[in-house]
Design a protein around this ligand. Sequence first.
Ligand SMILES: *Cc1c(COP(=O)(O)O)cnc(C)c1O
Length: 340
Amino acid sequence: MKPKHGIPPGLWNDWRWQFGHRVRTADELAGRLALRRRERRELLDAARGSRTAVTPYYLSLMDAGDPRDPIRLQCVPDIRETRSPGGAEDPLEEQAHSPVPGLIHRFRDRCLVIATNRCAVYCRHCNRRRLWRGREVFLAADELETVAGYIERRPALREVILSGGDPLTLSDGRLKGILARLRAIGHVEVLRVGSRMPVVLPMRITERLCGILRAHRPLWFLTQFNHPREITPEAAAACERLLRAGIPVLNQSVLLKGVNDDYRTLRELLYGLERISVKPYYLFHCEDVKGGAHFRVDVHDGMRLMEKLWKTASGLCLPRYVADMPGTKGKVPLQPVSFL
Ligand SMILES: *Cc1c(COP(=O)(O)O)cnc(C)c1O
């Protein structure tokens, strides 16, 4: 096989190589993008005090010379992150609903486990940026026991979501340990895994991983494609491997200014997802997270977009446009009001 981007395919297609070769510093990132001096200085400023990581694969999807490139906007630190006013550190008030470390319990029948604060790519629009402080860590054995104990004492909890960070940055062994522990709780009927790996590091979805996920069904896989250009043959193949293992794959996009906030782009994204058998589940209104103001779209513009899609697109590719409200209020549908 031909080398890809100058890398032998045996390495390029190995998730550990991709993970180990993530671009982690603003300096290195600046070198990969064709930046002018002022842009370079701004990138270094923007990256200070936050986290940066981009996989070689995700970097290869980018038009490096275009500052408005939708892939670049999602992963390259932007000076507006540091200059934007207001915004909350924890817009969903998750901290206040974390009864034990590593667990977020906002709704009666389901809860969320933070398996790690580590990601393959740090998305600039992340609403859990507060987890970027400090080192990259994962749920320790005693913490997992505490989390499992909490769930065990609450029979109403019928669904557990494994999230982070990205839980698939854990090794297969560790992941298997967590899934098995949660599966062992009698009243936990359904597991969910939330991961952006199919989008940013599709090589992570190995047959071995699919076997582990399969063994813990019913398990639903929630990912996050935000732009049609992310639906590459590699990403489609990763979703296909999950589907073949009997894992339903759903998508949760975030409506992001300059990335997917126009009708044609959004329609192309949703059609593309339908073609690869990934069901669009939610389209999230962008939260008022500190550092993310430049991504926010006016809610009325979002509703107009959804209304237009409603009138033209198949129900199979329509997500629910929602705003996740702080605390226990949850995901509130933002439906167009006109019935004409
Ligand atoms: C979003 C979320 C869920 C899941 O909500 P659904 O509407 O069922 O997808 C569960 N727990 C927490 C803490 C969440 O943020």
